[in-house]
Design a protein around this ligand. Structure first.
Ligand code: ZN
Length: 500
């Protein structure tokens, strides 16, 4: 086959796979937002069919051969196709290393694991879940063996799957710095006399919360002609190229901050997706380059922008106007403090900006042991509780509020958690560089987020997946990842808030 013909054939395969994944995207969006309850069964059947179709393409001899041959001809391909083939080839070669029958077995295990985990969590009984967890762990260890290379061994194999280039050594350095600098700060804040949280025990009309979420879309310059916001149980963002980016939010009458910061967080993810270079839409390179890079954008907007004093100086009057009665005795300063209230709590997803990475550290330490040591699953809750005591100073009263709280391990995701903390840290590094180019605080207090969006578009978003996380960091900040910016940012912000 001529090179030209091969490229045409490859693109044809790719377009067919994209069409299938577009259908999957629409179906899962619908399932999470508006589909009627009784549509589950029919939907599962059709989703099964679609994934089989895409699997048949991906494992067809012709497709595999074309990818292999194009990989040998990399130098003759145009820049974009070169990057795409490198990525596709890497993923394909990895997936071919795992025997098919084991993958099928594993996906059956995972689909059952979800409901076992749910049952265990509901009854707060780890014993219900532990055998399933052991099976998932064993599979992951086996998978690590299949995927190991000269450079990547053990837990590093899994870490690299979620964040290319990140290793245990780099994460250890990062988390050790948090242990040295942030754990003592949290303990210090925790020893202060209890600060009043003025927003607790107040109710906020949900329709008005939605009006404010709509206002936030405008503030963040979200393009509604290429995206929308709906509701779901857990907020999330999903997108297909730059022209269709969707977010969800969730509203609780007694937790106004939850809907506000979820909206800003998801709109941060959405901004990344919408601001990719649209010429990547037809390739497999659109969207965020990695887990941590995506999370760096959502957390940048949620925490660095959204939980800043300057932001609320501008927007709090609007919120107060909506909730005149509810907020009449809450000043801007009160509100800012509530948005940054530090509390050593049990649940990761509800944690504040300062303690959040410590929740991740607990999971990271445990994952290291799980993958690299022969740890007895019976020991895991004990280790979990011990680490919560050590890093956050709190006792875990039951498994539901402890080791059973997250779905990740039930879904077989090991190596994913640390990217959440890493994302926050990337964000602080971007801030440091951004401040050299633009007046960040002025952009916030003048309601000019476009200037911040533009900086991130130029330095991060437009590249989609054409650059690795490390290449983006170097392009945007002139250096590789360095945790010092995050630690400095946290210390300055929270010492200021708590007058330390
Ligand atoms: Zn997120």
């Amino acid at each position: 086959m001529e090179l030209k013909e091969m490229i045409t054939k490859y693109k044809d395969y790719r377009d067919r796979m994209k069409a299938i994944s577009y259908a999957e995207y629409m179906i899962s969006w619908d399932a999470e937002t508006e589909a009627p309850i009784n549509s589950v069964e029919e939907r599962s059947k059709q989703i099964g069919m679609l994934s089989q179709m895409s699997y048949e393409i991906e494992r067809s001899e012709e497709y595999i051969n074309i990818v292999k041959k194009l990989y040998q001809e990399l130098d003759s391909l145009d820049d974009l196709l070169k990057i795409e083939i490198k990525k596709v080839h890497k993923e394909l070669m990895q997936s071919l290393k795992i025997p098919m029958n084991e993958l099928v077995e594993y996906s059956i295990l995972l689909s059952k694991a979800h409901s076992t985990w749910k049952d265990a969590k509901l009854s707060s009984n780890y014993n219900i879940f532990k055998d399933t967890l052991k099976e998932i762990i064993d599979f992951n260890k086996k998978m690590v063996k299949y995927l190991e290379t000269e450079e990547l061994k053990g837990y590093n194999v899994l870490l690299d799957q979620y964040e290319e280039g990140m290793t245990k050594d780099k994460y250890d350095k990062f988390f050790n710095l948090l242990k040295e600098e942030i754990v003592p700060l949290v303990k210090q804040i925790n020893s202060l006399p209890n600060q009043e949280n003025k927003l607790s025990n107040r109710l906020f009309d949900i329709n008005k919360q939605k009006v404010f979420a709509d206002y936030l879309m405008k503030v963040m310059c979200f393009d509604k002609t290429r995206g929308l916001m709906k509701e779901s149980e857990h907020p999330f963002t999903s997108g297909f190229g730059t022209s269709d980016v969707r977010v969800t939010n969730h509203y609780y009458e007694d937790l106004i901050l939850s809907s506000i910061f979820s909206a800003i967080h998801e709109l941060g993810h959405a901004t990344y997706e919408q601001q990719c270079d649209s010429k990547l839409d037809e390739t497999l390179l659109t969207g965020g380059t990695s887990m941590a890079m995506h999370e760096s954008q959502s957390r940048f907007y949620e925490n660095i922008v959204g939980r800043s004093y300057e932001f609320w100086k501008r927007h709090y009057p609007v919120l107060q106007n909506l909730f005149t009665e509810e907020l009449k005795d809450v000043t801007l300063e009160d509100f800012y403090k509530c948005a940054n209230y530090v509390e050593c709590s049990l649940i990761r997803t509800e944690a504040d900006e300062l303690t959040y990475p410590l929740h991740i550290m607990v999971r990271y330490e445990i994952e290291k042991m799980i993958i690299e040591q022969d740890i007895d699953v019976n020991e895991l809750p004990i280790i979990w509780n011990k680490l919560y005591k050590e890093y956050l100073g709190i006792d875990v009263p039951c498994d539901k509020l402890g080791i059973l709280q997250d779905v990740h391990w039930a879904g077989g995701s090991f190596g994913y958690f640390p990217t959440y903390a890493l994302g926050s840290a990337y964000g602080a590094q971007f801030l440091n560089s951004m401040k050299k180019d633009i007046d960040f605080n002025e952009a916030l207090s003048n309601d000019n987020l476009q200037i911040i969006n533009d900086w991130l578009k130029d330095k991060v978003h437009r590249f989609g997946q054409t650059k690795t996380p490390d290449e983006i960091l170097n392009y945007a900040t002139g250096e590789s990842f360095d945790a010092k910016y995050f630690v400095e940012y946290l210390k300055t912000k929270f010492k200021n808030i708590y007058n330390l």
